[in-house]
Design a protein around this ligand. Structure first.
Ligand SMILES: Nc1ncnc2c1ncn2[C@@H]1O[C@H](COP(=O)(O)OP(=O)(O)OP(=O)(O)O)[C@@H](O)[C@H]1O
Ligand SMILES: [Mg+2]
Length: 231
């Protein structure tokens, strides 16, 4: 679905990503693992066209997106949920979801019922302000807004960060359903290993901007975990 080839990225003089190469198979849930500051978010932003100075190739469904403007990547079928969720605190839940309408391929006038079926709590709270929601509810809202785009590929940056454990499990279930029932391919940045093992089918490990390992989730060995992750 997405082939990443010789991807390099620079913040000014600082070379952040080094010759990253991997494939995201269709219908997979691929987890990007690695310690703080290794370049996970920069990788996501590079895919979305939000990071400066990216070279290499990003072949999405046969088309190279390097050089394609960020605003054209969502309509091409890629959605991104940034780290920290970034919902609008002052807008209501429903208004937050509606902000996804502008970039959507299909034109909507009302919030698709399907989203409220996936996240009943958002229906209950649709007139409340985004800022009044709990962390877990905000994450559900961020996912709902991204789903308005009907993405083929969904990028999520640490969706379980700062969320209480029971809700983390619920979010894990939702990601699995999107992946298996709706056929959405997922690229997930995750530092919580049990969560990654539960929802992920494949993994890549980053360390100091370089890809150090990749494989199917069952191939993620304890050695790799000790060498490259905090556990
Ligand atoms: N806008 C920026 N300008 C300059 N340097 C940046 C910028 N954003 C990130 N960096 C640097 O690039 C490196 C990778 O950062 P990045 O945020 O991609 O890491 P990360 O793996 O997502 O970390 P975390 O686990 O803390 O979210 C870090 O050294 C960081 O300081
Ligand atoms: Mg990050």
């Amino acid at each position: 679905m997405l082939s990443i080839q010789k991807l390099n990225q620079y913040y000014g003089q600082s070379h952040t990503l080094w010759d990253i190469e991997f494939e995201i198979p269709r219908n997979s849930c691929t987890c990007v693992l690695g310690r703080n500051g290794v370049g996970k978010t920069t990788l996501m932003q590079s895919i979305m066209g939000l990071a400066p100075n990216v070279d290499g190739a990003l072949i999405f469904e046969g088309q190279d997106m390097v050089g394609m403007a960020a605003e054209h990547r969502a309509p091409a079928g890629i959605a991104y949920i940034p780290q920290g969720r970034q919902i609008f605190a002052q807008l209501t839940v429903e208004e937050n979801i509606r902000t996804g309408f502008f970039a959507a391929r299909k034109k909507h006038s009302v919030v698709p019922q399907e989203l409220y079926e996936l996240f009943p709590v958002l229906k209950e709270m649709r007139h409340r302000r985004g800022g009044d929601l709990s962390g877990g509810q905000q994450q559900q809202l961020a996912i709902a807004r991204a789903l308005v785009l009907e993405p083929k590929l969904l990028l999520m940056d640490e969706p379980a960060e700062g969320i209480q454990p029971t809700i983390v499990a619920e979010i894990g279930e939702v990601i699995k359903r999107l992946n298996t029932e709706k056929g959405i391919t997922v690229l997930l940045v995750e530092q919580k290993l049990p969560f990654a093992r539960k929802v992920g089918s494949h993994f890549v490990v980053l360390d100091r901007g370089r890809l150090q390992a990749q494989g199917t989730m069952t191939e993620l060995s304890d050695d790799l975990v000790h060498q490259y992750l905090n556990v």
